[in-house]
Design a protein around this ligand. Sequence first.
Ligand SMILES: *[C@@H]1O[C@H](CO)[C@@H](O)[C@H](O)[C@H]1NC(C)=O
Ligand SMILES: *[C@@H]1O[C@H](CO)[C@@H](O)[C@H](O)[C@H]1NC(C)=O
Length: 336
Amino acid sequence: MLMDRQSGDRAGTLLLLFLAALILPEQAIAAKPMPRATSETKILQDSIVEEINKNPVSGWKAVMSPRFSNYTVDQFKHILGVKKLPHNALSDVPMKTYTKSLNLPKEFDGRTQWSHCSTIGRILDQGHCGSCWAFGAVESLSDRFCIHFGINVSLSVNDLLTCCGFMCGDGCDGGYPIFAWRYFVQNGVVTEECDPYFDQIGCAHPGCEPSYPTPLCKKHCQVKNQVWDEQKHFGVNAYRINSDPHDIMAEVFENGPVEVSFTVFEDFAHYKSESTSTSQLLANQWNRDWGDDGYFKILRGTNECGIEEDVVAGLPSTKNLIRKFAAIDVDVAASA
Ligand SMILES: *[C@@H]1O[C@H](CO)[C@@H](O)[C@H](O)[C@H]1NC(C)=O
Ligand SMILES: *[C@@H]1O[C@H](CO)[C@@H](O)[C@H](O)[C@H]1NC(C)=O
């Protein structure tokens, strides 16, 4: 998928959040066709690694990534959990654009720009659940709470994944990023501490091969004395960003990381690192043993793999925060 690139002429770097869409094995770029993909075919192939690494224009390095060493093609597809929406379903979603006169920096890295935000630059692990649609949204919203209101807060993927229901799609079997952002507006999302991600132990536990069923929505904080409704953090709005690199960069610069999705080919499972300077930096949630310490880069401005088509985000709301800050003030006053 990263083949046939022109050499990158811009060195600017953006921190975006990532999630993955459909895998299309028959369109893979590997010169040697894969064995007929069956549910049992392994996703990692020596022939793909060899083909990419010996190609001088591939622009990136491939390895047999330990993260996917035992994954079949079907298992890999399963964790790419973005469902495609019919096009008319998006017609009522507002589309953001930015004026061309807005001056953007040549180089930009969200991790240094917002280094006071502990959630930015974190790499998580979605485990064996097709929940990337939920991770991308929740991570982006958490970052935006810090960028806009100066608070570190880890929000709960589990709340969104298990409680959004049909509106968001199908839980661990994939969902719709834009409806995740609508859930933040309508329902809010509690903290990670209140409702932790169910699959913290990875695949060492029984029942998670080849995948894990979506857990039930509990609406109950795991921390004693925490009240579910009081832990909710809301969004103000849910919007798309125009698929022009200037608009996407402006949105990240002004408001923080966004959620993107794109089409994944099987060579992506082998991604190790970029060998040329290019493009935008994206955080994945396949842990740090995949890719470049959990990150990857993708060429900007050419709609590589459809990445600039599906960019969504929303702004954080002060709803519920006011009361929390008021409560903190009271505590401070009481202990003073
Ligand atoms: C992959 O499977 C082999 C054999 O079943 C096992 O020994 C190995 O630990 C597994 N590797 C991972 C990363 O799970
Ligand atoms: C967030 O947490 C980090 C690490 O604990 C800390 O250095 C930083 O000051 C915190 N930022 C805010 C805005 O509280």
